[in-house]
Design a binder for this molecule. Structure first.
Ligand code: 13P
Length: 287
């Protein structure tokens, strides 16, 4: 069964740990994330970008696959299926398709339009029991075609958006998707404290979880971050493991590679990355 992310994230914020949001792209990544969450006895959020949703044939296919896997793999830890950086249209589609959580990213609109559209998504999502993540101050870098300038969110705007009935808030604090540049200034904890003061108990989201030093991750959790998104690190370890396997050339004389064996090392690599993050975020044994 899929659950909304609301309860698991409120528990995480109270318990001062964070639940990992891991983006998926296919069956292997999904299975690796689910199996690891169960092994770690950790709640988990499976993130799906709009591009990944299209790649996997559409949102209803994703819902069917994740639900069936939870059932067939006997996954008993809480799992939320969440749209990552949803557009207004995409958010409406996943609410219909059976996701249990949705991010509406209105950060590229002016604040008035972000408020209007977020309100509409909250009403639609609430009617079906989904949790809603909103965004203020765009996250830097590029994520599946969505490009953000890397702003620091305004605490007043965060307050306005958090008052709309959203459950989770992503606020830019100098974090960016993908690898951090050499000259990165680090997370802006002053901004994070101001946002936390403005929004009170709302669980906050740290996007761009790849490459943030451990001490910054821990400090962010102590300041109200309860959900941390990771994608690039899985992508890097998956690609590296697959590349090594191909280079080692264990093919089936004249029949190419066994597709299941070809993706096996990548599957194990994602499992290892997810486990490492769950340990760092403190969500192990919190299911
Ligand atoms: P990274 O790709 O930097 O890990 O960020 C993932 C993310 O924030 C997804 O929304």
């Amino acid at each position: 069964m899929l659950v909304s992310a609301k309860e698991m994230l409120n528990k995480a914020r109270e318990g001062k740990y964070a639940v990992g949001h891991f983006n998926t792209n296919n069956l292997e990544w999904t299975k690796a994330i689910l199996v690891t969450a169960q092994e770690c006895n950790s709640p988990v959020i499976i993130g799906v970008s709009e591009g990944a949703g299209k790649y996997m044939a559409g949102y209803t296919t994703v819902v069917a696959m994740v639900k069936a896997m939870i059932n067939e793999l006997n996954i008993t830890v809480p799992v939320a299926l969440h749209l990552d950086h949803g557009s207004y249209e995409g958010a409406k589609q996943v609410i219909e398709a059976g996701f249990s959580s949705v991010m509406f990213d209105g950060s590229h609109y002016g604040i008035e339009e972000n408020i209007e559209k977020t309100k509409e998504i909250v009403a639609l999502a609430n009617a079906k029991g989904l949790s809603v993540e909103a965004e203020v101050g765009s996250i830097g870098g590029e994520e599946d075609g969505v490009v953000g300038a890397g702003e620091v969110a305004d605490a007043n705007e965060c307050k306005m958006i958090s008052n709309l009935g959203v459950d989770i808030l992503a606020a830019g604090i100098g974090n960016i998707h993908g690898k951090y540049p050499e000259n990165w200034q680090g997370l802006n904890f002053e901004a994070l404290s101001a946002i936390k003061d403005a929004v009170g108990d709302m669980p906050l989201v740290l996007h761009g979880g790849t490459g943030i030093p451990e001490d910054m991750i821990k400090k962010a959790i102590s300041l109200g971050v309860a959900k941390i998104n990771v994608n690039t690190e899985c992508q890097l370890t998956f690609a590296e493991a697959t590349r090594k396997y191909i280079e080692a050339g264990k093919d089936l004389q004249g029949k190419g590679f066994d597709p299941r064996k070809l993706l096996g090392p990548g599957f194990e690599a994602i499992k290892a990355t997810v486990k490492e993050k769950m340990e760092l975020f403190g969500s192990v044994n919190k299911a």
